[in-house]
Design a protein around this ligand. Sequence first.
Ligand SMILES: Nc1nc2c(c(=O)[nH]1)N[C@H]1C(S)=C(S)[C@@H](COP(=O)(O)O)O[C@H]1N2
Ligand SMILES: [Mo]
Length: 230
Amino acid sequence: MEENSKLDRIVEARMKLKERFEEKIRKTPSIADARPQGHGETNRHGMPQVPVGQTVTTKWPVLDLGYQPNVTLDRWRLYIDGEVEHPMVLTWDDFMSLPQTEDVSDFHCVTTWSKLDMSWVGVRLMDIAALVQPKETATHLMCYGYDTYTTNVSLEEALKPDVLLAHTVYGEPLPKEHGGPVRMITPQLYAWKGSKWIKRIEFLSKNKRGFWEERGYSNTAYPWRNDRYS
Ligand SMILES: Nc1nc2c(c(=O)[nH]1)N[C@H]1C(S)=C(S)[C@@H](COP(=O)(O)O)O[C@H]1N2
Ligand SMILES: [Mo]
């Protein structure tokens, strides 16, 4: 009963968010650019599969700040707050009872490697947003990792259907070195926009720079525009 009404609320709020952001999403560079830069076949988003300046690898390098936090499931919490109607703190069970999405997507690291066709399971950022209901004033997110990492993402990017809070990769729990128990992925942006060991999602009414953005990386991070630095 309670689960059903939660799901109804998510579905209804998701429709509203879709309407509100549909046009903005259609105008984002990854979708609207007449000549997205890159090479290879056309991918699932209509982009050249390999963005300009990227090289495909089958390895999966690990990038972090020199510290990999150990977050056990009983202590894991996800804080969602800021410009939202219903701020929330989710436990692991709360999180796993949200609608689960399986998806295959690509991973583009700004250090020029791309890993293609990764298979993930997680909760859509869109469904998290539907749950907490961003206020009209909300325009961006600041994502915080348990390692103190931060990164900012616009809502029109964060609400794309392949943006997940992922807990499973290739059918196995996400390994700690890659951000387990849960990380965000942003397949249509450079991968630094996806916080590993995600702890908090803050909805903002004004854009702010995260860790790498303060150190010269782009606020927007569009792979098919070679949009690496600002
Ligand atoms: N919390 C946290 N998230 C992070 C980072 C980090 O150092 N800390 N590095 C980012 C960078 S620069 C990249 S390229 C990807 C790397 O993910 P991977 O280590 O799983 O390849 O995570 C991003 N998310
Ligand atoms: Mo990166």
